[in-house]
Design a protein around this ligand. Structure first.
Ligand code: AMP
Ligand code: MN
Ligand code: MN
Ligand code: MN
Length: 281
């Protein structure tokens, strides 16, 4: 049986396991096909690929790109990318620079709210990785401002909260172009999270497909049962390939463990059916 998990994070971005630890945990949870999709970086892919060879699981090099589409942040997964592609690498470098600028602005806002020294604390915890809001949330927990990460978002970091800073990420068609230049497939991540109206969602699909996007994440840990059915139906009618992923961020920060995803609803075309040597499940 093919147990796919095509959306996970490591310490290269805001996950709490190293790429090696992530692959080891996935393998012991029975995952047979794993994509590492860190936010705006490919830095963890080589290490993860080596661990996957050692443990005999199929590894899919991936990335999760931050996109701004009509003032809305959208996440796109790139699956099966060549991490050495210069166009992709240049694009990712620009996104990381935007993340760093945003981190400085978030820290300034938190300072005005009386939380001192956040940037230094956050950057120390990030080390070689790519900074994101989850690092800020963990830091707020560590310094006793909130009791858990969720409260960090609810009180400070979520959109509309006082530590929120809107960033301008990549354009949708540009980001899909980077993924395609790197030989990958672009997938809209966790579509239910954006809370788009039906007509706006259809516009997103149209723009995404016009740019060359091919997939939709139907199974995501943030999707409830009804969301899965709704997005499976969209995948069918839009002729998008269906993907599935846990969006795993580590044992303490995930809605769903590794290897625990439900199967895709009937009638969807799984994205892995388009891959060479797919065993057909
Ligand atoms: P960023 O891309 O830096 O703006 O941060 C987005 C990341 O923050 C997501 O990938 C999650 O890891 C995390 N995140 C967003 N909202 C929440 C939340 N309510 N609770 C916990 N983590 C969250
Ligand atoms: Mn994340
Ligand atoms: Mn995401
Ligand atoms: Mn993610």
């Amino acid at each position: 049986m093919n147990k796919c998990d095509l959306h996970t994070h490591s310490t290269a971005s805001d996950g709490s396991l190293t790429p090696t630890q992530l692959v080891e945990r996935a393998a012991s949870a029975g995952v047979t096909t794993l994509a590492l999709t860190d936010h705006d970086t490919v830095a963890g892919l080589d290490e993860a690929a080596r661990a996957a060879v050692r443990l005999g699981i199929r590894f899919v090099p991936g990335v999760e790109l931050s996109v701004t589409w009509h003032e809305q942040t959208i996440h796109l997964l790139g699956l099966g990318i060549d991490p050495a592609c210069p166009q992709l690498c240049d694009g990712l470098a620009g996104l990381r620079a935007a993340r760093h600028r945003r981190a400085e602005q978030i820290a300034q806002r938190l300072q005005r709210l009386g939380v001192e020294g956040t940037l230094e604390g956050v950057l120390a915890s990030v080390q070689q990785g790519v900074v994101g809001r989850l690092h800020f949330a963990r830091h707020l927990v560590a310094c006793g401002q909130v009791t858990d990460v969720r409260a960090g978002f609810d009180r400070f970091l979520a959109r509309g909260r006082p530590g929120y800073v809107a960033a301008r990420w990549a354009e949708l068609d540009t980001a899909v172009g980077w993924i395609r230049a790197a030989g990958g497939q672009a997938v809209i991540a966790h579509p239910a999270r954006y809370r788009l109206t039906h007509s706006v969602l259809l516009r997103l699909f149209a723009d995404f497909k016009a740019a060359g996007g091919v997939g939709l994440e139907v199974i995501a840990s943030s999707h409830c049962h009804d969301d899965r059915l709704v997005y499976a139906q969209h995948a069918r009618t839009q002729q998008l390939l269906a993907s599935m992923g846990s969006d795993y961020h580590g044992p303490d920060h995930s809605l769903c463990g590794l290897g625990q995803l439900p199967a895709l609803p009937d009638g969807c075309v799984p994205i892995w059916h388009t891959w060479p040597n797919s065993n057909g499940e």
